[in-house]
Design a protein around this ligand. Structure first.
Ligand code: HEC
Length: 128
């Protein structure tokens, strides 16, 4: 036979648990759902400026300062437009093993890599 405290506690639990559970579920979906908008949202203005500098300087050290090609191939609309954005994004995030192209996933999110690919395919912006 449960004592009074246990009875009161389980009654309280019944009242609290349902809304708490659905709140937790909503929270988990918001955080982990890959379809959530935030996962692929374009980077904010300040971060975009950093990404432009990164591509012009770091990527440019191999792909040419005008992205016209060097050790790595040209990253221009005419060389990239016919290639699927998703595979270019994967090359940026994971590199091309066995080549000089390094992985950038420690420095770039998937959304940021996708943004870079979109800019490269339409002509990469100059640093301000
Ligand atoms: C150390 C040199 C190096 C650096 C730095 C570098 N890349 Fe590369 N990248 C390469 C090479 C070499 C290849 C060609 C790999 C191959 O032979 O398939 C390549 C390939 C690529 C491709 C595929 C191009 C295509 O036509 O399929 C993309 C996209 C790319 N790099 C983007 C970037 C971006 C963006 C950065 C900076 C975040 C970057 N790379 C930095 C060397 C580099």
């Amino acid at each position: 036979m449960p004592n009074r405290y246990q009875m009161k506690f389980s009654a309280r639990l019944r009242l609290v648990s349902r809304p708490a559970l659905s709140w937790l579920t909503a929270c988990a979906i918001g955080t982990f759902c890959p379809c959530a908008d935030a996962a692929e949202a374009a980077p904010a203005a300040a971060r975009r400026a950093e990404l432009i500098a990164l591509v012009r300087q770091d990527c440019g050290s191999c792909h040419g300062l005008t992205l016209n090609g060097g050790l790595g191939p040209a990253l221009l609309p005419r060389t990239l437009n016919d290639k699927p954005a998703d595979s270019l994004k994967a090359v940026i995030l994971y590199g091309r093993p066995g080549t000089a192209m390094p992985p950038w996933q420690r420095f770039l999110s998937a959304a940021e890599a996708a943004w870079i690919v979109a800019q490269l395919q339409k002509g990469f912006p100059l640093e301000k």
